[in-house]
Write a protein that binds this ligand. Structure first.
Ligand SMILES: Nc1ncnc2c1ncn2[C@@H]1O[C@H](COP(=O)(O)OP(=O)(O)OP(=O)(O)O)[C@@H](O)[C@H]1O
Length: 229
């Protein structure tokens, strides 16, 4: 569960990116995040993975709770807890952010290597994640040899490899043609159907129009949905 309570975020130059945002996303939901360029979508996501914190004075708080033992709060979270939080979520960006000097398998395996996962378990998890996004046959390829759609599927596999409770996706189809964008959206829906919460920022109305999923809309840092809590 993700909860924002009266969250305001002002950047150093006094720019108010988010203003009094209150919302709740339940475990297992698929939620779209929409709004014009500069509306505050990336800022909202950054507050969830605690790359940014709300204003110190009257900035409210963000709470992320995966179960009774995994509760994180922007008011109290230490750097160590932020790292722990991120081990239970996956983040997918518009520009993929793959390591150019490692092949597909190693890009996906990296997070597991850092946490010292035994080799046998690592192999099986990486193979499962690559199969989920349908890219197992390219496991030895270098990122620069892949199409944009393939690179994004590798990035999704990397985000899923540690079985996260939550996936945050920041305009994940922004660099893709319609066919690849639809495939990436289909993969996120499948991930959600398996029980992972998905919060996806997007400009693409083809996804959220006629969709059963909830949509949160920001306009100039203000949440337009008032009936959330
Ligand atoms: N580090 C920063 N310092 C100062 N201002 C920032 C910073 N990050 C974002 N902003 C400003 O805050 C506002 C919200 O930015 P944000 O990136 O959250 O919007 P967005 O909705 O994700 O936009 P886009 O759809 O273009 O990615 C923008 O006006 C942006 O210029």
């Amino acid at each position: 569960m993700i909860q924002f309570l009266h969250v305001t975020k002002t950047y150093e130059d006094n720019w108010k990116a988010l203003c009094d945002v209150t919302l709740r996303i339940n475990q297992g939901e698929f939620v779209f995040l929409t709004g014009h360029s500069g509306a505050g979508k990336s800022t909202l996501l950054k507050l969830i993975y605690m790359d940014e914190r709300p204003d110190e004075f009257h900035g409210g708080e963000v709470m992320v709770q995966f179960n009774k033992d995994l509760v994180f709060d922007t008011k109290t979270a230490t750097e160590k807890q932020v790292q722990e939080l991120r081990r239970h979520m996956g983040i997918v960006f518009q520009d993929f952010k793959l390591l150019p000097d490692r092949n597909v398998f190693e890009n996906v395996a990296l997070a597991l290597r850092i946490t010292g996962t035994p080799e046998k378990q690592l192999n099986s998890r990486v193979f499962d994640a690559l199969a989920l996004v349908g890219i197992s046959q390219k496991r030895l390829a270098m990122p620069y040899t892949l199409s944009g759609g393939e690179q994004q599927r590798v990035a999704i596999a990397r985000a899923m490899v540690h079985n996260p409770y939550l996936i945050l996706a920041d305009e994940p189809t922004g660099n893709l043609d319609p066919e690849n964008a639809n495939e990436v959206f289909r993969i996120f829906k499948e991930i959600n159907a398996r029980g992972t919460t998905v919060l996806m920022a997007t400009h693409n109305p083809d996804f959220y129009m006629n969709s059963p999923f909830r949509r949160l809309t920001l306009s100039h840092g203000v949440l337009q949905n008032r009936d959330i809590l």
